[in-house]
Design a protein around this ligand. Sequence first.
Ligand SMILES: CCCCCCCC/C=C\CCCCCCCC(=O)SCCNC(=O)CCNC(=O)[C@H](O)C(C)(C)COP(=O)(O)OP(=O)(O)OC[C@H]1O[C@@H](n2cnc3c(N)ncnc32)[C@H](O)[C@@H]1OP(=O)(O)O
Length: 206
Amino acid sequence: MLEGKAILAARIRELIELTVLVDGPESMFAEAADRVAAVVSILRAATDSEPGVPAGRGWPPGVDDALEGVGNPLAPPMIIGHPGESGADGEVAALVTLGSAHEGAPGRAHGGWVAAILDHAVGRAAAQAGSPGMTVSLTVDYHRATPYGVPLDVRSRRVDQAGRKVFASAEILTDGQVTASATATLVTVRALANKAGGERPGPGSD
Ligand SMILES: CCCCCCCC/C=C\CCCCCCCC(=O)SCCNC(=O)CCNC(=O)[C@H](O)C(C)(C)COP(=O)(O)OP(=O)(O)OC[C@H]1O[C@@H](n2cnc3c(N)ncnc32)[C@H](O)[C@@H]1OP(=O)(O)O
């Protein structure tokens, strides 16, 4: 079930990428659009959910998550590693590869996607530290171009805590150089603390 959805989402990511890149005759676009419409009708027939209506999929992030969900075609997806896997203890390490569809300035990733990755990374770090919360402030510094088409290393960690406020930081690196960094303040959501602290979501946990 999860595997099938992940494969479908991977195909749709290819479709998005190629749609951005391709040029060709009107007839080719028309044929492709018809075939995509056929796929849409398969999925529509299988769900009662209305497109665009908030589904409230719950926590922790699962297969449909906007950044790390392997079943969400909009998610690059971001692959969350085990704590300490490639960073110091207490860090969350992640890998993510963006594509042409994420381009901002020519040849580089859009700054909004860079910020989204950093936002997710600080959220993960707060949860990893046992204080899952929502970002109330995110300051992003763009140091150099963040490329797409290559794996990006993402590191984040909780820096400090004061009451419900959690302070965290994160960076994106490529070839060992920081392309963008962020500092963030998150406010803990107590109802989620016992559900999310330090746990990676398991397969199908969404
Ligand atoms: C959904 C929960 C997530 C939990 C995660 C669990 C699973 C973990 C696993 C994996 C994580 C992966 C990552 C997930 C990421 C996805 C989540 C996002 O996309 S977050 C981005 C969008 N952010 C919002 O939409 C927040 C909007 N803001 C709010 O809803 C409210 O501000 C809220 C509920 C967060 C807090 O409101 P109040 O009324 O409860 O609290 P008040 O009293 O206003 O603030 C508490 C303290 O924070 C300070 N504060 C508030 N805003 C601030 C700001 N902008 N800058 C600095 N401090 C601020 C205040 O001054 C106060 O500090 P003093 O206790 O008095 O010292």
